[in-house]
Ligand binder design. Structure first.
Ligand SMILES: [Zn+2]
Length: 440
């Protein structure tokens, strides 16, 4: 199927304005992107879309999250990481059924699609239901079954992980990718991580893991092992595999050297790290060291949004402020982190996140008719510093429409929202008990 979007605006390779151009897609790929008027006859196309007042951007790539935690959005706020996890989130997660996971993933995808995300990462459980929801939605995703084992046990979930990978890797016409997802160094023993590495080796797949998210995690690692979580993982051999390390907030210069030396990729989650009071990851130092970094939202219960426009703006602003340097990260770098660099961080198709001929037709159209897009000195600047996820009107993945004129094509929004609303009630007793015990 060949589709033409004419009269649209886009950014050239240097981030400059192209105020009138056209995009041609052919099946799942981009065929042509050019300034000016399309020279081809419209009869040549199966569909012609008017792109007037629309800015074309690549679809966003969210490099870290737990989609079904959308059901726990607003359930546990304003608490530090460990209390947030052990007093409220983990007891609530015990109540999550496979159907809840499916619903929570759909709820998350509604928000992600509406705000221009086309690819996301997930680490959770009942991943077969997550994958089913992804395949039906038309999105791309990198999915790993979360693995936890400090004492004995964990073998069952590792076997589940392996079965999930065999059943779903490259499902949905290649839109679903899988990996191994040990939760964190502090929730997985050395013996268990070795078992995980054996499976990663056998299946030749990457690993995703939370690392050095909070200060206390790093202090505990020094007490228990005498080294940082990153050094501990490096010594265990985990970094001999392709790894996406989420967070890396509290890391030393030695840790940065290890990440660089072992080509570990990092998922930076500025919003979640701020909201949980975890801190600010040294993004600029990591980029300066040549480390591959992408941006993630983390779950909707610690962010509480899944809007990559917000995350992109936040990543640019906090690191300028934190480094006392307005040039620390520019708009083009920030946009790259949520698109092309995100795809690279996830070890995906090197062409994903770009809008060049031959690359996957994963893109979004942003309504630039509103005041925050005037005057049009720089659409790149507006995209990074002025945009809002609510401005997205259309989203395509692999050439297929997921959102058209702000209407979902693949998901039944009304049905999902009413189910999510009903579902929320079952978590309330946990919150009530916590609040009565803590007299909040
Ligand atoms: Zn996480």
């Amino acid at each position: 199927m060949r589709r033409l979007i004419h009269s649209l605006s886009f950014l050239n390779e240097h981030g400059g304005n192209i105020l009138n151009g056209y995009l041609i897609t052919n099946d799942d790929r981009i065929e042509e992107l050019s300034g000016g008027v399309c020279p081809h006859d419209t009869a040549f196309f199966d569909e012609v879309i008017d792109g007037t007042n629309r800015l074309l951007l690549p679809g966003f790539v969210n490099t870290h999250g737990h989609a079904a935690m959308s059901l726990l959005r607003g359930f546990a706020d304003d608490l530090p990481l460990q209390s947030w996890l052990s007093d409220l989130i983990w007891p609530a997660e015990d109540l999550l059924t496979p159907d809840d996971i499916y619903l929570g993933t759909q709820l998350a995808m509604l928000e992600m699609i509406e705000t221009g995300t086309t690819t996301f990462t997930d680490m959770y459980f009942h991943m077969d239901r997550v994958a089913d929801a992804v395949i039906e939605s038309g999105m791309r995703a990198v999915l790993g079954r979360g693995l936890v084992a400090v004492g004995d046990g964990g073998d069952k979930s590792l076997a589940e992980s392996e079965a999930f990978i065999r059943d779903y890797h490259l499902a949905g016409n290649g839109r679903v990718h899988t990996n191994l997802a040990p939760h964190a160094p502090y929730t997985c023993s050395a013996d268990y991580l070795k078992k995980v590495m054996n499976v990663a080796d056998k299946l030749q797949l990457p690993i995703q893991i939370h690392v050095s998210e909070s200060k206390s995690e790093v202090e505990d690692s020094y007490k228990q092992y005498g080294v940082s979580p990153i050094k501990w993982l490096a010594d265990l051999g985990v970094f001999h595999f392709p790894v996406v390390a989420a967070h890396c907030v509290h890391i030393s210069d030695e840790d940065i050297n290890l990440l660089q030396k072992h080509r570990v990729h990092v998922a930076h989650n500025p919003g979640s790290n701020l909201k949980l009071g975890s801190g600010i990851a040294p993004l600029i130092a990591m980029l300066d060291a040549g480390i591959q970094v992408g941006i993630g939202t983390d779950g909707a219960s610690s962010n509480n949004k899944l809007d990559m426009f917000d995350e992109m703006r936040l990543a640019a602003l906090i690191h300028k402020g934190h480094n006392l340097q307005a040039t620390a990260i520019d708009a083009q770098t920030a946009l790259g982190l949520v698109t092309e660099q995100g795809a690279k961080t996830l070890f995906l198709d090197a062409e994903l996140g770009k809008l060049t001929p031959g690359s996957p037709a994963d893109f979004q159209l942003v309504d630039i008719s509103g005041p925050r897009y005037y005057p049009r000195h720089s659409l790149l600047s507006h995209a990074v510093y002025s945009s809002h996820g609510g401005d997205v009107t259309d989203v395509f993945v692999a050439g297929n429409p997921l959102l058209r004129n702000r209407e979902h094509v693949t998901l039944d929004k009304e049905k999902i929202l009413s189910a999510a609303s009903r579902n929320g009630a079952k978590f309330q007793p946990i919150k009530d008990r916590y609040e009565s015990q803590n007299k909040r």
